[in-house]
Design a protein around this ligand. Structure first.
Ligand code: MN
Length: 565
């Protein structure tokens, strides 16, 4: 391992001390690869250093497994390295404890949770560096753990990296996970693509000097021309859309050109098009309209040398860096800008960074029209949603301001109805307590207990509201309930996707429940956001059965129901 980056830090400074501490804490422990454990910590720290994060982050990376895996505690870290490092290590320790239920359809919730729960983006970024190293050493693990870690990586961490704009890391994580996920497909690709990749690489080598010469002739300063072979994981996804026909993939090897300015980018595009005729409809201006994760570049596909169809990507050095580092790059810039205020109170630093993050997500969102991506970016991580944990480590997402009663009804209507008290992080709290992200919530129940009308004053979710109203319906009768025919009314809040409505009706059909009334609500964009279904009265088991089925439909966010009399 090249440790020159590390040697540059001063003796007895934070980084060197953290290293010595971690080395001592993990001594005698080996990785599955047989290497001393500290090699992992050092590698994660190196990545964090290279991404340009601050010293506290590098120190936290060195110490990230100490609390979870050794006898040292957070108090020890706090005492030795101060609050900021301890805060980061604490976040990483908590993230490590969370178990992600495999095959959970709601992976998006998990991704948001990680970000919200981490409180500070540096925790997420260090976690990604940790995951990257673990993926590179995955081959040493037993097969069942390989599969699980590859699943988490592909479903949670790679998309998370992508959302943070760390496109290159995201792709690498996908590629590292791919062979564990799709072993046969991977072998197929190796068999069929390897030669083509080599062919295309040598072709790229022929083109590069021609491009360079023409750019220089037109006064465009070239910083770099690289050829970039398409990743196996993304190639596979694309092949599935193109009948597995490799001849239809034009960006098997793309040429990536880095120039100085945005003007040069457009000028370069002009030169390329003068040299080689472009394929119509394949010019993409991600500079004027960046991707939601911040990616910027110009793309074009042309009939290049020997009439071979080739993709070019043109960008500035800064765009290139953002592509590789994403939010970490912005973060590093921000660091440099504010280095004078380095001694600033820790708390101020935290909120400033959060603001930066939210602001950036907003900017990305503004420049975009892709509906699904906008939804998935969820600009309001910190504002409108909280993520709490059940004693079984399941993650539950609730609106901000939600209370233990909202939580209880989310678990089960009986838990809500019989709720008598709640514990948060082991301490008893009042039922109107405002839950915070990361809280571990436990509900105490009593079979004979009935919900109280008072709860309606503080609960935040419509699910809790409708169920409390149901349970005390003798006291509260809404006009709607009076006029509606007897039976059950379901309200399904959903994420729009094609076929959602059809899947809902199919589930009722399958359960042999007749639908008496069906309507849907649309949002401003015309996407279906909620579906209402009324049926005849149902037995309790039928009701439970259909609720489970609805919850399993992809896109279902929330199901409420009430009884009409
Ligand atoms: Mn680790």
């Amino acid at each position: 391992m090249n440790t020159s980056w590390f040697q540059k830090y001063p003796e007895n400074g934070l980084i060197k001390r953290a290293y010595a501490f971690a080395e001592e804490a993990h001594k005698d422990v080996k990785r599955e690869s047989g290497d001393p454990y500290i090699t992992h910590s050092l590698s994660v720290a190196e990545t964090v250093h290279k991404w340009g994060l601050d010293e506290a982050s590098v120190a936290a990376a060195l110490l990230h497994d100490v609390v979870e895996d050794t006898n040292f505690t957070l108090k020890n870290i706090d005492k030795q390295f101060g609050k900021e490092v301890a805060f980061l290590v604490d976040g990483l320790t908590k993230l490590k404890k969370i178990q992600y239920p495999e095959h959970d359809p709601n992976v998006e919730t998990l991704r948001k949770f990680i970000i919200s729960f981490s409180r500070d983006l540096r925790v997420v970024i260090i976690k990604l560096a940790d995951r990257w190293h673990n993926m590179r050493t995955l081959k040493f693990l037993p097969e069942d753990r390989q599969k699980r870690i590859a699943w988490e990586t592909s479903e949670i961490y790679a998309p998370l990296a992508y959302r943070l704009g760390m496109q290159r890391l995201s792709g690498e994580l996908e590629d590292l996970a791919f062979p564990y996920f799709h072993p046969e497909e991977y072998l197929w690709l190796l068999d069929n693509v390897k030669d083509r990749y080599e062919e295309r690489e040598s072709y790229a080598r022929k083109i590069k000097p021609i491009i360079r010469k023409n750019f220089e002739r037109n006064g465009i300063k070239v910083i770099a021309i690289d050829s970039r072979a398409k990743r196996y994981s993304s190639l596979y996804k694309k092949l599935q859309r193109y009948d597995m026909d490799l001849d239809k993939i034009y960006d098997l090897v793309a040429l990536r050109i880095v120039v100085k300015t945005i003007e040069d980018c457009y000028a370069a595009l002009g030169v390329i098009h003068k040299l080689y005729p472009p394929l119509p409809g394949r010019i993409k201006d991600y500079i004027a309209r960046p991707k939601p994760n911040g990616y910027q570049s110009l793309h074009t596909t042309v009939f290049a040398l020997e009439n071979i169809i080739t993709e070019f990507q043109v960008r500035t050095a800064e765009m290139h860096e953002v592509d590789e580092l994403g939010i970490a790059a912005h973060w590093a810039y921000e660091q440099i800008k504010n280095s004078k205020r380095h001694s600033e109170q820790w708390k101020g630093v935290l909120s400033r960074k959060e603001l930066l993050w939210v602001e950036q997500l907003r900017n990305w969102q503004k420049s975009f029209s892709d509906k699904e991506l906008i939804e998935s970016i969820a600009v309001d991580f910190f504002k409108d949603r909280i993520f709490v944990i059940t004693p079984q480590n399941d993650v539950i997402d609730l609106p901000a301001g939600a209370t233990p009663v909202d939580f209880a009804y989310r678990i089960h209507s009986d838990v809500g109805n019989n709720c008598v008290g709640a514990k948060v992080n082991g301490k008893i709290v009042p039922l109107n307590y405002e839950l915070q992200s990361g809280d571990i919530v436990e509900i105490m129940t009593q079979k004979t207990k009935k919900p109280s009308e008072d709860w309606l004053r503080f609960i935040k979710t419509s699910l809790a509201r409708s169920q409390i109203k149901n349970a005390i319906k003798d006291k509260i009768k809404t006009l709607r309930e009076k006029s509606a025919p007897a039976g059950v009314e379901f309200k399904i809040v959903n994420q729009d996707r094609p076929g959602f409505l059809k899947d809902v009706t199919a589930q009722f059909d399958e359960s042999k429940i007749n639908i008496g009334y069906l309507s849907s609500e649309t949002d401003k964009r015309g996407a279906i956001s909620a579906v209402t279904v009324r049926t005849a009265p149902l037995t309790k088991s039928k009701l439970e059965q259909i609720l489970v089925k609805i919850k399993k439909i992809a896109g279902t966010k929330e199901v409420n129901y009430k009884f009409n009399r």
